[in-house]
Design a binder for this molecule. Structure first.
Ligand code: MG
Ligand code: MG
Length: 330
């Protein structure tokens, strides 16, 4: 059954989504060569506990799984695409890590994932990660009232196939809110104009994952959870929880950052913003759209402004320099 959420319920999912966004930002900060995956799980649990939230991943046991999931995050390295269990493995320079995470707060759940490399990405990884983010963005842009579920699937699939990547039909996006997995299932490939008609109030986890080798086959580890490309090629997985609203898609797991407008200063600020974009927590175009919006530029330089909306703006060229207040990166 597909359930539409009220604006108050969407706000509650957004609150859970902010916890997820904080965890994924923490993962980016803490994951480096030598870090054990288990340490990342411990850090994620700390963020959840501080926020008064719980993990919908911990103890989760869907039909395909032989044992309950033993951690608060999924950590999938290199040829692992989904559902990797954070264990003793130490990250190494050049590893491609996907972190998937959920939070339950006051009875409402949000779900998101990000992928990044330890150290600078190789050209091949950069292209894979970039394509996954493009697919996510285009999938989100298709999440509008009056559209069809197939529009989202088609947008994601077109981006992945254009990149030459493999796409598996067995795992994809889903409704989310009261529970981690709700109807409808959202395949990562599909046909425009087909499927469920999209309405305001639908809350969806949109999550492209691509296999670099170009084949769609995967295998499952003996642990019963970890999904790897069958050909050993690398995988990337990115995800946001998105509410469909009359004003367009609202990304509930994008970090609500505060920006300081510093007219005339360009010192490193676009780089800071770019780091957040790469983290999957903010879309570059949104930042510029916000900075360029009259309501912000009319205010005095140095003012703090909340950025709460994402995914509803048109791409623009870099404009005025800004710094990220709450998540400063130098
Ligand atoms: Mg997820
Ligand atoms: Mg999900």
């Amino acid at each position: 059954m597909v359930e539409l959420k009220t604006s108050g319920e969407i706000e509650a999912i957004h609150a859970a989504g902010q916890v997820v966004a904080q965890i994924l930002a923490a993962m980016r900060e803490q994951a480096s060569a030598g870090t054990r995956l288990r340490e990342l799980d411990e850090a994620a649990r700390e963020v959840l506990a501080k926020a008064g939230a719980t993990s919908p991943f911990l103890g989760y046991q869907p039909a395909f799984a032989p044992v309950p999931f033993p951690a608060a995050i999924c950590t999938s390295v290199n040829d692992a695409a989904l559902h990797g269990i954070p264990g003793r493995y130490r990250l190494a320079e050049g590893d491609l890590l996907s972190v998937d995470c959920g939070a339950a707060l006051d009875g409402w759940v949000a779900d998101a994932a990000t992928s990044f490399t330890i150290g600078p990405p190789s050209p091949a990884d950069e292209r894979l990660l970039g394509t996954a983010m493009t697919a996510l963005r285009e999938g989100i842009e298709a999440a509008v009232p009056g559209g069809r579920l197939g529009d989202i699937s088609a947008a994601i699939g077109a981006a992945g196939r254009a990149g030459g990547y493999g796409i598996c039909g067995d795992f994809g996006g889903h409704g989310v809110g009261r529970a981690m997995h709700e109807d409808p299932h959202i395949p990562n490939e599909g046909r425009r104009g087909r499927g469920l008609r999209l309405s305001a109030g639908l809350v969806l986890a949109i999550e492209p994952w691509f296999l670099a080798g170009g084949k769609d086959d995967y295998r499952i580890d003996r642990d019963g959870w970890t999904i790897r490309s069958a050909d050993g090629s690398r995988a990337a997985h990115v995800e946001h929880t998105v509410a469909i609203t009359g004003d367009g898609p609202l990304v509930l797991t994008a970090l609500s950052v505060r920006v300081v407008i510093r007219a005339g200063h360009r010192d490193g600020s676009p780089a800071a913003a770019w780091r957040l974009v790469l983290a999957g927590t903010l879309f570059w175009r949104d930042l510029h759209a916000v900075v360029r919006a009259g309501t912000f530029t009319r205010r005095a330089p140095g003012d703090l402004h909340p950025v709460v909306r994402a995914g509803t703006f048109t791409r623009r060229a870099p404009g005025q320099a800004v710094t990220i207040g709450e998540h400063a990166v130098t």
